[in-house]
Design a protein around this ligand. Sequence first.
Ligand code: PEP
Ligand code: MG
Length: 876
Amino acid sequence: MNKWVYLFKEGSAEMKNLLGGKGSNLAEMTNLGLPIPQGFTVTTEACTDYYKSGKEITEEIQAQIFDSLKTLEEQQGKKFGDTENPLLVSVRSGARASMPGMMDTILNLGLNDISVEGFAKRTGNARFAYDSYRRFIQMFSDVVMEMSKTFFEGILTEAKDSKGVKFDTDLTADDLKAVIVRYKAIYKEKMGEEFPQEPTVQLMEAVKAVFRSWDNPRAIVYRRMNDIPGDWGTAVNVQAMVFGNMGNTSGTGVAFTRNPSTGEKGIYGEYLINAQGEDVVAGIRTPQPITKLAADMPKVFERFMEIANKLEAHYADMQDMEFTIEDETLYFLQTRNGKRTAPAALQIACDLVDEGKITPEEAVKRIDAKSLDQLLHPIFVPQALKDGKVLGQALPASPGAASGKVYFTADEAKKHNDDGERVILVRLETSPEDIEGMHAAEGILTVRGGMTSHAAVVARGMGTACVSGCGEIRIDEQAKVFELGGETISEGDYISLDGSTGKIYLGDISTEEAVIGGNFERIMGWADGYRTLKVRANADTPADAANAVKLGAQGIGLCRTEHMFFEPDRIPKIRRMILSTSQEAREEALNELIPFQKADFKGIYEVMEGRPVTIRFLDPPLHEFLPTDEKDIADLAADMGLSIEQIKDACTSLHEFNPMMGHRGCRLAVTYPEIARMQTRAVMEAAIEINDEKGFNIIPEIMIPLVCEKKELKYVKDIVVETAEKVKKEKNSDIKYMIGTMIEIPRAALLANEIAEEAEFFSFGTNDLTQMTFGFSRDDAGKFLDAYYKTKIFESDPFARLDQSGVGQLVEMAAKKGRSVRPNLKLGICGEHGGDPASVEFCHKIGLNYVSCSPFRVPIARLAAAQAALKENTSK
Ligand code: PEP
Ligand code: MG
């Protein structure tokens, strides 16, 4: 018989995969002898079994749940559903990886019409008992039965309004009894049955609801954003309730052992007197800073600090803890390694190394590579900020500067962001349903909520600037306006937010890139010592190249030369080249482009100071360069001495039905060898001159794109060699150069051994290779991929995260085949996947020499490469 349920005392921290993060930590804390309300964990395997069994919990699992419940009753001296002294439990999700707020929680389970009376008598606190019951009905209806919360919130608000009071705590037991009658009536009306009174039914329905919540849309989005596999499942923790809402000697809170925004050492958090957990997270009442507890309940605070320090020492990491004080007795409800901003992650890792608690190797392993993105977030341009008008200030919930147009719903924010706008999401408070809109936003502003509110926690995780708890705002979400600081801001108006100071500004304040601090360099230095995979950048201009070097790039893996032709003084020349009808005319136009292209290459070579630079020859279909608006067409006609009609006809003749698979890549050089000649000349002259001027020893790397056949590569290569040798002779130079190719068509991967006979290096163009392997257009796949995530056909976007089983197989095979004929074949990747940690790990595993990604993702790739190397060493 399989074991599906574990009492807390039967588990340990090592059982995270089976018990989930929360369950294994509760077990570990129980083993440490800490004050934990006892309970049991239904395993993640039970969750996967639930899905396998057609969303049913098998009898075997149910029996084990009831057995454990019995033990819990004995431990607590209370009985489930008892009319005198009922056991109440919380039912909470807990996956292997923490997914804050993504799945469901039910509190106060076990109450019904009878037991609530016994509970009131037993505790001598009728108000508290009825408050617990009404909370339970509300949560059960929302989470388990999926009824809208608004019915219940409306009833509660009416009850407060009719008494003329502001807070829930101002309602008496009788008021709450009346609320409960109305809650149950609305439940019956909407669900067509009475609110369930049998606690074992309540429990089983709640466990199912938590299992179900593993697959709710927001959890699916969260998993995709955080690379969490869909088949892990969540565990369910059933834990005896303790009550923070028993009066003024009770309370509940959330605290971190170090500041999760900055990493600063010292307890950080907040609590509410006379409240349950959801009050703190929902941000409806404004919590007190945790340090105030020292004055309110000194003994409790002392014990709290003792346990917090013990937990941090035990896990050797910053802890995020939930606690409840029930009538001056302290309980810990959970602990976990706290989510943190990237600056905080670096600060904490460096401090822990300095405190002798972890090694540099451990520090490198712990940083979430993706989160480094946040460090590179913009700040306001100081001068622009000086001129900015401050509208108000609230909590600095998540650092970074952001400006954009205001939208009041997550859907609008997402829609306008998809249309290319920078958006700021303004909400009364956010909830997990808002996740996609929050993701789309540059910044988030909320009226309600503390530093641990949903908006704050989620924005910090995403690295999105957030200002929360701005009570001064008068907001009308229906009318889509808000007032602040004497201004009225409507939908579509610009505002700017500083998530580091909490200031809210009028208008669109320009931002600039952040300055990277010492902790970053320290961690990166350690990482560079461990990694074997090199990291290059995709950069097309000297400015991008300089940025790449600053961020640690060891070379350029992809310089897309077409981007150089779009500037106003160049585009007419390339258009002339494209529309010329004779080779002479084309050559003439191309000759005019050589000085520009050569100057670009010299600029890049100069910045790269001798580091390798791979220059990719012209790749896109030619029609991308052609004019579309009437004025440009007229200008071009005048310039070329042709009629407008002739230009239009020429443009039409270049039209392709499927340009991505059309006249592009090396096919351009096959049809117009003069393009390859021009580009070779520009590369070679630039390298020779800069080597002479600066004393570098640049070996140009010329890369031919979109090759599918050895003879095709050879044809273009011969043109390059002939021109390169000519330039060398003219310049009396013995410079070396390399010619390689991109592997981005499946046929090239299949025939990589043949192609390697002509190529000195391969760079995997995994954007096109993904497109051509899946048969998904890289420009349009977004339109249907959402449906693939929702239906769980795909868990992640294959254009962002390398599809290791399909596309990855081609890459691995091509690498092997290539090296079988040319053992020292240099291998790299330059598709978008080069900056994705999971894909970087794959590249390390299959023995590529380098990855190349956009400059801002270079640190991510460096860290991911180090983590891949360390992981490999541990598994050896
Ligand atoms: C690729 O296809 O992966 C690639 C890097 O080239 P591009 O994105 O320019 O097509
Ligand atoms: Mg490509």
